[in-house]
Design a protein around this ligand. Sequence first.
Ligand SMILES: CCCCC/C=C\CCC/C=C/CC(=O)SCCNC(=O)CCNC(=O)[C@H](O)C(C)(C)COP(=O)(O)OP(=O)(O)OC[C@H]1O[C@@H](n2cnc3c(N)ncnc32)[C@H](O)[C@@H]1OP(=O)(O)O
Length: 302
Amino acid sequence: MALVAGMRVGSRVLFRPWAWLPGAALGRKESAARGRVGARGFGSQRVLVEPDPAAGIAVMKLKSPPVNSLSLELLTEFVISLEKLENDKTFRGIILTSDCPGVFSAGLDLMEMCGKNPAHYAEYWKAVQELWLRLYLSNLVLIAAINGACPAGGCLISLTCDYRVLADNPKYVIGLNETLLGIVAPFWFKDTLVNTIGHRTSERALQLGILFPPAEALQVGMVDKVVPEDQVQSTALSVMAQWLSIPDHARQLTKNMMRKATADRLVKQRDSDIQNFVGFISRDSIQKSLQVYLGKLRQKKG
Ligand SMILES: CCCCC/C=C\CCC/C=C/CC(=O)SCCNC(=O)CCNC(=O)[C@H](O)C(C)(C)COP(=O)(O)OP(=O)(O)OC[C@H]1O[C@@H](n2cnc3c(N)ncnc32)[C@H](O)[C@@H]1OP(=O)(O)O
């Protein structure tokens, strides 16, 4: 399978995530994906979208139980839902949250990174890159309503948002904990964190793989607001109203000005970043570390 499921339009590569779906009928799926969303809820098996066209917003809920780990399927459905909303002028903002109790997202799906072949790793990493680029450069206002634990890739997704509201529960930790798994956050994970909490705090957080509980997450600037659990959604809605009071064109140009250089860094080296990932994740030592970590996760229960 080709690594790049996309087509070039001018200088921009348009991604077609459905090109990955087995036996995908591209024309039909493409036209469906580009249709208007309207007032009725839509979504897919793993991504529920609750549109409120009158308000110009949609609530997007990840629902891939038990922990919203970012499987290839979830990544694909996520990008498709995002693209539908981006292409519909009705929508100006998305509240991103979880439908899985107690977990926002457990991050990248460890099963996608264990015991597979290089072609699979490459396809998977391409999908991770694509979701990050889409979210990071989204023209929409993105507010993360973090209603559960938010490690690693889950944290990365929240960091692409314009504002983060975290539920005040000591179990709802947030951070890039890759080093605890014996793996390394790639440069664009690091850049996203540095852009949010600054260089020195990122250096410490990344090396130690710190998962911050709510009060500390607020203190270091990893999240913007901590509220009681039953107020996460309403707080996200009122923050959204504030962001939507700004004229779109001015806000969007400003967001782009702040973020484009960071995104371009990955865009310019997507293929080498994929090769790095495939080489790194295929190492016996890394596979062993991941297996040990998975074993610990499973043991925790028993
Ligand atoms: C120098 C060159 C560098 C280039 C390197 C390039 C790239 C390498 C970097 C790759 C980046 C990776 C980023 C990531 O996101 S890695 C994933 C990190 N995630 C975690 O550490 C979270 C692990 N999970 C947890 O801590 C907990 O599950 C929880 C999210 C806090 C929820 O706890 P709880 O509600 O108690 O649920 P369980 O722990 O019982 O889990 C239920 C079930 O789900 C399985 N599971 C959990 N997390 C994952 C996951 N991320 N992927 C796959 N599966 C997961 C868990 O094993 C349980 O399964 P069983 O029911 O079968 O036991």
